[in-house]
Design a protein around this ligand. Structure first.
Ligand code: MG
Length: 374
């Protein structure tokens, strides 16, 4: 710790030594940052990464980006509330396993930062429009945002995040990397929590919005088991209270499954360092039996929710709109506002236009469409 600076109750090295399991990544094991930075007196490098991400403009824009449902209610999740749910659940598991919660928080807040407006519809359209200039994926675009487009320093572009946080996002971009080197346990935790979070909240939103009936969801064993567990524990329940209790149960049963599965594997394989844990088969995942049940639920969500006529109609409208905007900006690049203009010389126009649209919130995108391309 630098001399003459504020002393905290414990410095972060001491705190991590006391709280982390041997396979949890300590701050002092970080490979550092691209642009060297002095240590902060009382915030760990991963805490600083989390704070840099939360204070970024891309992160704030998640509040106005679609997760799955748009303009249908004021109840459903946005990309921001989804992110917060993922981080919260991942911290619960991370703490139970003795992992580095600061690193989990940084990875979790980062994981969806690259989503374009209009959810996966936006991503599909940009992928198609940008096929000749590198394509588009929200995971890769997350890295562009935090390495190139965000500004926090007088000396460099980007947030200058630690290698571990950037690498966690890299393994999301290229899942094949996982065949020779597994992500850190902290990154595995975020990945696993992402899917269990959206399975549960998409089921909740679909029920609340009346897209699918409770009876139809009862066909899904994982859902039916949650209902059974709720009724056994609390007796007869109905309506809104039943829905809330069932979704809560759906999340908590999955959290328990993942934690127990991971603890079993850790006991069996006994990794003594983060590197040893990276060499093992995946550790923080759902059990084989839950994996099968989750597949049923996800197939059901795909067919009955993501392909619901209301959602499909909305997606179609969004697709047409985004295609027209992409073509429109190519024809009239003078309409590109803000810092993205400066990147045309570096990336070329087609790629810059895609990234410009990628940064937009749903409502900014809507306003730009109304103003210039309707
Ligand atoms: Mg996500």
């Amino acid at each position: 710790m630098p001399e003459g600076t504020m002393q905290s109750f414990m410095n972060y090295d001491q705190r991590e030594d006391r709280l982390l399991a041997p396979y949890g990544l300590r701050s002092r094991q970080s490979r550092g940052r691209e642009f060297p930075d002095t240590d902060h007196p009382y915030r760990s490098p991963f805490q600083r990464d989390r704070d840099r991400i939360i204070h970024s403009s891309a992160f704030r824009r998640l509040a106005d980006k679609t997760q799955v449902f748009m303009n249908l209610s004021d109840y459903h999740r946005t990309r921001l509330t989804h992110t917060i749910e993922v981080v919260t659940i991942a911290r619960t598991i991370g703490r139970a396993l003795g992992l580095n919660e600061d690193l989990i928080e940084a990875l979790g807040h980062l994981h969806d930062i690259g989503h374009p407006p209009f959810g996966h519809t936006g991503e599909d359209v940009l992928k198609e429009c940008m096929v000749d200039c590198g394509g588009f994926s929200h995971n890769a675009f997350g890295l562009i945002l935090v390495k190139d487009l965000e500004i926090r320093s007088s000396e460099y572009n980007g947030l200058n995040l630690t290698f571990e946080v950037l690498e966690g996002q890299h393994t999301r971009v290229d899942k094949r990397q996982m065949t020779f080197l597994r992500p850190l346990l902290e990154a595995q935790t975020v990945e696993t929590c992402d899917s269990m979070t959206y399975d549960a909240h998409d089921a909740d939103d679909a029920l609340k919005l009346g897209l699918v009936s409770f009876e139809d969801f009862m066909q899904i064993p994982l859902f039916a088991q949650s209902v059974e567990a709720v009724l056994q524990r609390y007796g007869k329940q109905e309506g809104r209270r039943l829905r809330k209790l069932v979704i809560r149960q759906l999340i908590s049963s999955q959290v328990t499954d993942v934690t127990e599965t991971a603890l079993d594997r850790l006991a069996k394989w006994n990794p003594k360092t983060p590197e040893e844990a990276e060499m093992c088969d995946p550790i923080v995942t759902v059990s084989d039996s839950l994996a099968t049940q989750k597949k049923h639920l996800e197939q059901f969500l795909f067919e009955r929710v993501y392909r619901h006529p209301d959602i499909v109609a909305w997606r179609k409208q969004g697709q047409d709109q985004l295609r027209r905007m992409y073509e429109g900006y190519l024809r009239q690049p003078e309409l590109i506002r803000g810092k993205l203009k400066d990147w045309i010389d570096v990336w070329g126009l087609p790629r810059t236009v895609g990234y410009y649209i990628g940064t937009m919130t749903d409502s900014y995108c809507q306003r730009e469409f109304e103003a210039h391309f309707r």
